[in-house]
Design a protein around this ligand. Structure first.
Ligand code: XMP
Length: 516
């Protein structure tokens, strides 16, 4: 394992992902973990992440010098770089000169372990206020910028490396190469980790854990629960029953996809509960977004509990349902303070929210994986492309994409508009570029239009295409006008009561991705 020491902000997750993209397994640990504990895990290398602090701040996170003396290769990035510099006797000045964003980097030792084979001038992503002016003894300076004399250094003998910038972000043009140079050349690690290993490992572990007991899994139609279920199905076959609650808030074709394609691909036993009426009744007259969410979550739990009672009854008592499968992902685990094996890990709720007091043991086969890795696992398990490559869709579904009261008629209308938008985006090959594209019905707004020869007074549909890495921040996607035009023409022509299509051009922050 390669350990990524997390000094705050979002950097550690991105670094861990990049390491795995280099086919080396990595995990994140908090910077407060004692060095002895890190070393006890026998890491092949350690990476110190960036973070929001300045090494000069009182109470800024530190690292025990012992980390650099254990013979384990270490790579410091940004804050990790400065920490390495100060800890080992180099000089970091609080110069007040800041560098932020895309910055030209001058490689001064092109034959160095990290930079070999990369251009002498490259573009890197900087974000710092302090600058290293002298490398620690025994270190060679390998790069500089116009502002920072020491922007990278290395001590090949001790296997210690550092860069002032963020090689993990895409704006650092040779970042991945430099990270791989550290892993393969610096630390001598062979790239061998694949998601295929994960399947074999998990199948064996789940068989062992479950024995001859039974498990259930709530399917949401999303990627995570589908892949988790398929993995568990591979391990324990008919001992697993999946429950899919059709709350009527899904998009066009999604329920059918789960009922037919997912079952065909996995052979899973599926119980579909048609609860459309129930959800519509509960949502009648409600317009407040938070209240909608609460109602949907609550109803979901009730329906799920009922289904579960039926499954348990059908099992006739000899093999009780003891396990609940959840599609918890690694970012959920890290963000809730987990990943260390010691922290109290909350169970993340994938769908509407499952009850906290469910008396089940959890099976979470994806809890060490990032989203893109989950997709790869799904692909290897033979799940249909439409499920594996599905864009994120909120648990409360279209219920929070109708601004105003949720009714059957409005849901049908929004489903049509959404299906058109999705079809055109796919046809234009934009599915990968666009993280997700909520299609929102402003049911409480009307505007005047002219269609045919008559005046109309219809609703607007909002298109909200966003580009993002992790949904924490997002930017609106600059998508081609002709695609927008096709979507607009088709929606206004084909969807009754819609006479206007508008484009949301707000980044996140300040706007969230969803409208409610
Ligand atoms: P926002 O709107 O907060 O959304 O920018 C960030 C990401 O989360 C999804 N989302 C949800 N997912 N239950 C979910 O499972 C929810 O209640 C929910 N609300 C938002 C949203 O689609 C986006 O991907």
């Amino acid at each position: 394992v390669v350990l990524v020491v997390d000094f705050g902000a979002q950097y550690a997750q991105l670094i861990a992902r990049r390491v795995r993209e280099a086919r080396v397994y990595s995990e994140i640990v908090p910077s407060t973990m004692p060095v002895a504990e890190m070393l006890a895990r026998n890491p092949k290398a350690i990476i110190l992440s960036g973070g929001p602090s300045s090494v000069y701040e009182e109470g800024a996170p530190r690292i025990d010098r012992a980390l650099f003396e254990a013979g384990v290769p270490v790579f410091g990035m940004c804050y990790g770089f400065q920490l390495m510099a100060t800890t080992l006797g180099g000089t970091v000045d609080n110069t007040g000169s800041r560098e932020y964003g895309r910055t030209p980097l001058h490689v001064t030792r092109s034959g160095s372990t990290l930079f070999e084979g990369t251009p002498d001038e490259q573009s890197v992503w900087m974000s710092h206020g302090d600058a290293c002016s002298a490398a620690p003894e025994g270190f060679a300076v390998t790069a500089s910028t116009d502002v920072v004399p020491v922007a990278a250094f290395e001590n090949d003998e001790k296997k210690l490396y550092g860069v002032q910038y963020h090689p993990e972000v895409v704006h650092s043009t040779h970042g991945q190469q430099i990270l791989e140079h550290f892993l393969y050349r610096g630390a001598g690690i062979k790239p061998s980790w694949t998601t295929g290993n994960v399947i074999d490992e998990q199948v064996a572990a789940i068989r062992e854990q479950v024995g001859d007991k039974r498990a259930i899994c709530g399917l949401s139609g999303g990627v995570d629960s589908a892949v988790a279920a398929a993995l568990v199905q591979r391990a324990i076959g008919s001992q697993l029953t999946c429950v899919y609650v059709d709350h009527g808030l899904m998009r066009k074709g999604e329920t059918e996809q789960v009922e037919k394609d997912f079952v065909a691909a996995t052979g899973v036993q599926l119980k579909v509960v048609d609860a459309q009426e129930r959800f519509l009744n509960a949502l009648a007259g409600v317009t407040d977004p938070e209240e909608k969410r609460k109602i949907i979550g609550r109803e979901f739990i009730r329906v799920f509990e009922q289904a579960q009672a039926e499954i348990i009854a059908e099992a006739s008592g000899d093999q009780p349902v003891e396990f609940l499968v959840q599609g918890t992902l690694y970012p959920d685990v890290v963000e809730s303070g987990g990943g260390t094996g010691t922290a109290n890990i909350k169970s993340h709720h994938n769908v509407g929210g499952l009850p906290e007091d469910l008396e089940f043991k959890l099976i979470e086969p994806l809890r060490k994986l990032f989203k893109d890795e989950v997709r790869m696992v799904g692909q290897e398990l033979g799940l249909p492309e439409e499920i594996v490559q599905r864009q994120p869709f909120p648990g409360p579904g279209l219920g929070i994409r109708i601004v105003g009261e949720v009714t059957k008629e409005r849901l049908d209308l929004l489903r049509e508009a959404d299906a058109i938008a999705r079809e055109e985006l796919t046809a234009a090959g934009l599915d990968r570029e666009i993280w997700q594209c909520p299609v929102v019905l402003l049911a409480d707004v009307r505007s005047v239009g002219v269609q045919g020869d008559g005046r109309t007074y219809g609703h607007p549909i909002v298109l909200r295409p966003v580009s993002s890495e992790d949904a924490m921040t997002a930017d609106w996607t600059r998508m081609p006008y002709d695609v927008l035009a096709r979507i607009s023409t088709r929606i206004t022509n084909e969807v009754k009561d819609v006479n206007r299509v508008v484009l949301d051009v707000t980044s996140k922050p300040p706007g969230t991705i969803e409208w409610e």
